[in-house]
Design a protein around this ligand. Sequence first.
Ligand code: 9WN
Length: 463
Amino acid sequence: MREEELPESLSEQQGTRNVAGVNPRATDVLRRNGVKSWTKPAPSLYPHQWSWDSAFIALGLAHVDNRRATNELEALFNAQWSTGKVPHIVFNPEAPPKSYFPDAERWNSSALSEHAPTGARTSGLCQPPVHAIAVRRIWQTARGKDNERVARARAFLKSNYPRLFSWHRYLASARDPEGSGLVTIYHPWESGTDNSPRWDAALDKISVGEVPPYTRYDLQHVTDPSHRPTDSEYDRFLWLLELLKRARYDEADIYERHPFLVKDVLFSAILVAANEALLEISEVVEAPREDRALIEGWIERGRTGLEEQWDQELGLCVDKDVLAEEPLRVSTIAGFAPLIAGGLEKERLRDLLGTLDSEAFCRNGSLRYMLPPSTSPEEPGFHPRSYWRGPVWPVANWLLWWSLLRMGEDDRAEVMRRETLEELSEGGFAEYFEPFTGEPLGSGEQSWTAAVALDMLAAGDIG
Ligand code: 9WN
């Protein structure tokens, strides 16, 4: 769809405040990245539909165009696997050739797995389940509006509730056969924080075998290759992909022999928060009582599992290498997982806020803005320009801001919101930012950056 064919209502500012021109610019980014019924994460670096990007995008679009927000999620869920898995990438058949690697051919999921969808080509992985949170936002922004909009939102909730429920059930079962409350990921791409030092120790243990030749197209879309993962990281990523293909994406097979099985605390915490949203949705759609009991059980189990991963010395929660049975002790934003999962005891909340307000994160004296670097500058694996090894990511700020609000930490939340919006007002809607200079890095015009700005701007307007 060409730009001029995108719905006009995207430029209507429904109830959002304009902070230094951020609002109209954010709306324009989402308009320009729009493709048919969904939105590219970025104009050229990411030409397909990504799972958690789409959830954040829908969250932002809910404030400017509810129909487009619902279309975004429906397009994604149309590619859901029969196991309940929501794929991390849904490939765009109209993407220019040689624009993103690994492509649909390399994943080959429809040929390898009977569970893959028939109408779309997808990757074989998944990403953090922000979707129910976005669906609830669609409901919140429709409530109190005209009857037709409320009825449309209710119908959307009703038709998509079963998809959300089966997605969460998949994560609670296939991805947690131990019943630990924590989700196992098979690949760093599933975490959404791909080259974070969180994964270094687990990746180091893998001996990389023969990877069929490949060309990285991502490097042609950034000004400096040091912003992106290194070639050696890519070799490991691609090797894990080969192993998943050999297992034909079969969960039991993967669990049996895959060399990268990690309990991801950030993913698990997002699932807890999404389960809270799902519980509210289940009430709106009057879902069976048994569903609600199950969802409540998942929430409780998730919080208990996270508490077991608490590291008192770091003042953070840490991931766990399932195979080595070891905690992965690295200081990154993922460690704030319990804040995202909510339901905290006073003491744990105090610990987490103490870490957030320390030199290791927001109070580092050299920061351009008081925003948490993705990896603490005190970590040996920290790198201020390399992707998830240090740069500030606006979506991560959104997760923390939203969690602080839910914990009643309004003043801290307001600082996070203000600093984020100021950074975007100065640097634009970049994918990520250098923490000490505020320099925009990675792709420009990143959709989820624009989307979280819209949600932050609208704060106060919604319940
Ligand atoms: C691999 C799209 C995605 C985000 C991820 C981010 C990055 C892909 C890549 O871009 O990952 O999935 O090629 O680097 O790490 O969180 O969903 O924006």
